[in-house]
Design a protein. Structure first.
Length: 101
């Protein structure tokens, strides 16, 4: 795995809580889990901060296998909230993170 990706903090985000601005979709970062992770990691969210966003999920056998996507923070001034910008086509399961592509 790329060292830069490994150094990104993993921050909870609800992938079902999203918005769009007409050209792209984004994660809305207002969940308790998001705030808990930021506090636990002692991170002050800032414009362009690179993160790996994750959410609870499971594999076909019911084992924990979080979904995740790399992205960055952006402050949406029109909604007065932080959002996560990700590539929605690059969402993966955590178990797939280190597999060759």
């Amino acid at each position: 795995m790329n060292a830069k990706l490994r150094d990104r903090p993993r921050i909870y985000a609800d992938f079902n809580k999203w918005g769009e601005d007409g050209t792209s979709r984004y994660l809305i970062l207002t969940c308790k889990g998001t705030f808990d992770d930021l506090a636990r990691l002692k991170i002050k969210i800032s414009e362009g901060l690179e993160m790996t966003f994750y959410a609870d999920d499971s594999d076909e056998a019911g084992n924990n296998d979080e979904i995740e996507a790399d992205g960055y923070a952006h402050f949406d001034e029109s909604a007065n909230q932080w959002v996560g910008i990700i590539d929605w086509n690059a969402i993966r399961h955590s178990s797939d993170r280190d597999k060759p592509r």
